[in-house]
Design a protein around this ligand. Structure first.
Ligand code: IMP
Length: 203
């Protein structure tokens, strides 16, 4: 049995305002007040884990212990089968210091083209989101959501963010960069992880 969330306040262990807003909206129906880690002056720990789950856990625990309140963190990325899982937990880093995802997508495509030249035509990929709810006593509950599909080139669509324009989810004709935001949010890796979290800890 997962531990249930019974507090009034929840720290969001993210310094990304978009994520904080999105999580605040998701938590609103449960009467939870969300507090961004930045507003409490909490530092951002280094993401030294080797899995999405480990990074979500270390971020959530660092905030929960420092704030003495439960904290929620996520870690996500794109896993490309033919690239042995790259960019994976380094998905943000592939965009370089300017956070340019046109560069990151091109790097993925170039690596895939290298595989194609060697006879490997596998373009399957999936997005992963790990979500951890941590308490100040060190207890954690972690959930993982995935959405599977294939990578297209050239990228299509101006919506979404990150690798969305080159990701075509199974059964869809539009990339995540072309889809209506609500349609993406209904099927995304993050939505799937959130549903598990809500069912287990907030339901
Ligand atoms: P982090 O979880 O903030 O460490 O960043 C994960 C990185 O993975 C993001 O910067 C994006 O590049 C990528 N990513 C995660 N989720 C998505 C998504 O839904 N669409 C496109 N890219 C994503």
């Amino acid at each position: 049995m997962a531990r249930r969330f019974t507090n009034k306040k929840l720290v969001i262990a993210s310094h990304n305002p978009g994520k904080v807003r999105e999580i605040g909206e998701l938590m609103a129906p449960f009467g939870v007040e969300v507090v961004p880690a930045g507003a409490l002056g909490l530092p951002e720990p280094e993401e030294t884990g080797t899995t999405f789950e480990a990074n979500a856990e270390l971020k959530a625990l660092a905030s929960a212990k420092a704030a003495k309140l439960p904290a929620l963190a996520d870690d996500s990325g794109l896993v490309v089968q033919a690239l042995n899982g790259d960019p994976g937990i380094y998905s943000a880093r592939w965009a370089g210091p300017t956070k340019d995802f046109a560069i990151a997508m091109r790097k993925v495509e170039e690596a895939l083209a290298g595989k194609t030249a060697q006879g490997n035509h596998d373009r399957r990929a999936y997005f992963v989101a790990a979500l951890t709810l941590a308490w100040p006593d060190g207890h954690t509950e972690t959930f993982r959501g995935e959405v599977h599909g294939a990578l297209v080139w050239p990228p299509r669509g101006l919506r979404g963010f990150g690798y969305d324009p080159m990701f075509l989810a199974d059964g869809q004709s539009q990339t995540f960069g072309e889809m209506e935001p609500d349609a993406k949010h209904a099927m995304s890796h993050r939505a799937r992880a959130f549903k598990q979290l809500v069912d287990a800890c907030f339901g």
